[in-house]
Design a protein around this ligand. Structure first.
Ligand code: AMP
Length: 266
């Protein structure tokens, strides 16, 4: 059974004791409403470490006032069952007050790779992500932290933060888990009606087309579908000609639900 920890102090004490006893800890930060994508990260952490620690926290600091914080899906009982099924050792489920106690006022300025793409559309998003991820790294000190390629820019932002601040852990980026028809698993897929679920296939299909085009020699990123951008895979700078490691990214609304997906072109 995954041991549930609500207290920040207690989580920190447990992780430090485990590390002192020689255990390698793998951390999996999530916002809950778990699916197979999240579980793949737990499996990776279990494969590489002695102890897997998942965190479930819907982080208010990464949502704009106009976004879906209050209606973000919450399914803690089902989540804990899923974490048990993959032998996750600990689940840290702090309250908002535990993470942002009264008087909290220190926020992290995100690295430069946070500026384009999602950074343009969601200006304070990565400030909230970096702040909470750094706090989680302090509260659940780990040797490895696992993130999904599904949130490509987020993983890159975290990598840069870890490098720039000399944080003593490794970041692993795990492949995007998809439905059989190609739709990337996402907690927000729960918002979709049946019709929207069908429309949402457009994201992975557009990416697959871009990938096919690339593989058949296409290098002009303008030829890619509208709203999809091909950027340098490291710097996220836009590319006209795909002459280096590149990633195609897409973000779009399906009904009122904003979904993102990406595919590495190589
Ligand atoms: P979230 O709960 O959506 O904030 O995601 C928590 C972690 O799971 C992040 O590192 C995500 O990139 C990762 N993740 C979300 N969806 C997927 C997916 N379909 N495949 C792999 N990882 C994912």
């Amino acid at each position: 059974m995954s041991q549930v920890v609500n207290s920040a102090k207690e989580m920190q004490r447990q992780c430090l004791a485990l590390q002192r006893a020689g255990n390698r800890i793998g951390l999996i930060p999530t916002m809950g409403a778990l699916h197979e994508g999240h579980l793949s990260l737990v499996r990776r952490a279990k494969a590489e470490c002695d102890v897997a620690v998942a965190t479930i926290f819907v982080n208010p600091a990464q949502f704009a006032p106009t976004e879906d914080f209050s209606k973000y899906p919450r399914s803690i009982d089902a989540d804990l069952g899923l974490l048990d099924s993959v032998d996750c050792d600990f689940t840290f489920v702090p309250s908002a007050d535990e993470i942002y106690p009264p008087g909290f006022s220190t926020y992290l300025a995100p690295p430069a790779v946070a500026q384009p793409l999602e950074g343009v559309f969601r200006p304070d998003h990565f400030r909230g992500v970096c702040t909470v991820v750094l706090k989680l790294f302090n509260l659940a000190p780990a040797d490895v932290a696992c993130f999904g390629q599904k949130d490509y820019q987020q993983a890159l932002v975290v990598r840069h933060m870890v490098r720039d601040l000399n944080l003593p852990l490794a970041i692993e980026v795990c492949p995007t888990v998809r439905e059989a028809d190609g739709l990337a698993l996402s907690s927000r897929n729960r918002y979709l009606s049946e019709g929207e679920r069908r429309q949402a296939l457009a994201l992975s299909q557009a990416l697959a087309e871009a990938s096919d085009l690339y593989r058949s020699g296409g290098r002009n990123s303008r030829v890619l579908a509208e709203r999809m951008q091909a950027v340098d895979a490291e710097t996220l700078q836009e590319l006209d000609t795909i002459d280096r490691s590149a990633v195609a990214l897409i973000a779009c609304y399906v009904g009122t639900t904003r979904l993102i997906d990406n595919m590495i072109l190589s």
